[in-house]
Design a protein around this ligand. Structure first.
Ligand code: UDP
Ligand code: MG
Length: 303
């Protein structure tokens, strides 16, 4: 059986459409399936729509969070509840073309364990968004050692991979990169990102920046090494200035260094503050992990 996981946040207009489209496509292909909607603390009628869809078709299941925990949490809740031999994660706004699921499923039948959906074209995006996404993927690709520029959350995972992901104790997870990180027999399908047909994108610029920082933090300790680099740069500068100061002292021209002192003081102060901030950020992450709070809280489950 195939489990289709659909995270939904304020998607009341899309639930029925998504359920019907997917059921149509998968029935036609003769694939046995369940549709697992995860209501990520929506403020509209998303949950009611999911329940209604379940009444129409018993293969629709629903998980309801107690509040908004974010798309990552929603995807992991779906993976935990899924009963299929393989799982597909897909946006319920249908921007990921559902027909591709059949292609992915056939590849799975041939023995592939991870089928990545690769964006052929990123769709309509502003120039700023394009630039920000470019820098983010540049960093994360270097951190993971994998080219992630056109990766997405649209992918099919075998039961083995799902169990591996479920067994991971991390709280702060980045699904897209983890599925690369775990390895397994992998292949790709490319797809074109579609326009949204109803509702609107849930990602504000602020949310995207936060998402980028969290994900870099959870996949890379590079910023910590940056602190050492800062230290080395300041050391080099201080050696140069020490030599200059000593020479001036020996020449008897060492007066009037006030400007230099102020500049150096401010410079060293800010480098130290930035370094402390970076270290503090990682300590905060350790604190978050050590508290061991659940990634999400399920209020209701239908299935
Ligand atoms: N989503 C979610 N929780 C959130 C934000 C988004 O479950 O906090 C879901 C949303 O319902 C959709 C998918 O994640 O199914 C992608 O969101 P969206 O379409 O807003 O992102 P975009 O396509 O603009 O990147
Ligand atoms: Mg979308």
């Amino acid at each position: 059986m195939l489990s289709v996981i659909l995270p939904a946040y304020n998607e009341e207009k899309m639930i029925a459409v998504a359920a019907e489209t997917l059921a149509g496509i998968l029935d036609e292909a003769g694939i046995e399936f369940e549709l697992l909607f995860v209501n990520d603390g929506s403020k509209d009628r998303t949950w009611e729509e999911i329940c209604a869809a379940r009444e129409r078709d018993g293969r629709v299941c629903g998980v309801c969070f107690s509040r908004n925990f974010g798309k990552e949490a929603a995807m992991f809740a779906g993976l935990e509840k899924a009963r299929g031999d393989c799982c597909v994660v897909l946006d319920c706004d249908l921007q990921h073309p559902p027909e591709k699921i059949v292609e992915m499923y056939r590849l799975w039948e041939q023995g592939y364990e991870v089928v990545e959906g690769i964006k052929h074209d990123r769709g309509e995006e502003s120039l700023f968004h394009r630039f920000a996404a470019g820098s983010f993927y540049g960093l994360i690709s270097r951190a993971t050692g994998i080219d992630m520029a056109s990766s997405s959350d649209f992918k099919l995972l075998d039961r083995k991979v799902v169990d591996t992901l479920n067994a991971m104790p991390e709280r702060n997870v980045f699904f897209r990169a983890l599925s690369f990180w775990v390895g397994f027999k992998k292949t790709e399908v490319t797809y074109d990102v579609r326009e949204r047909t109803a509702g609107e994108s849930k990602w504000s610029t602020r949310a995207l920046v936060k998402y980028a920082i969290t994900n870099i933090g959870s996949f890379s300790s590079m910023p910590l090494h940056l602190v050492t680099v800062f230290g080395i740069i300041t050391l080099i500068i201080s050696i140069v200035f020490s030599v200059v100061a000593l020479v001036q002292k020996l020449n008897g021209t060492a007066l009037g260094g006030f400007t230099t002192v102020i500049i150096l003081l401010l410079f060293i102060g800010s480098v130290m503050m930035i370094s402390l901030g970076i270290i503090g950020y990682y300590i905060a992450r350790i604190y978050d992990e050590i508290k061991g709070r659940p990634r999400y809280i399920i209020e209701e489950f239908r299935g």
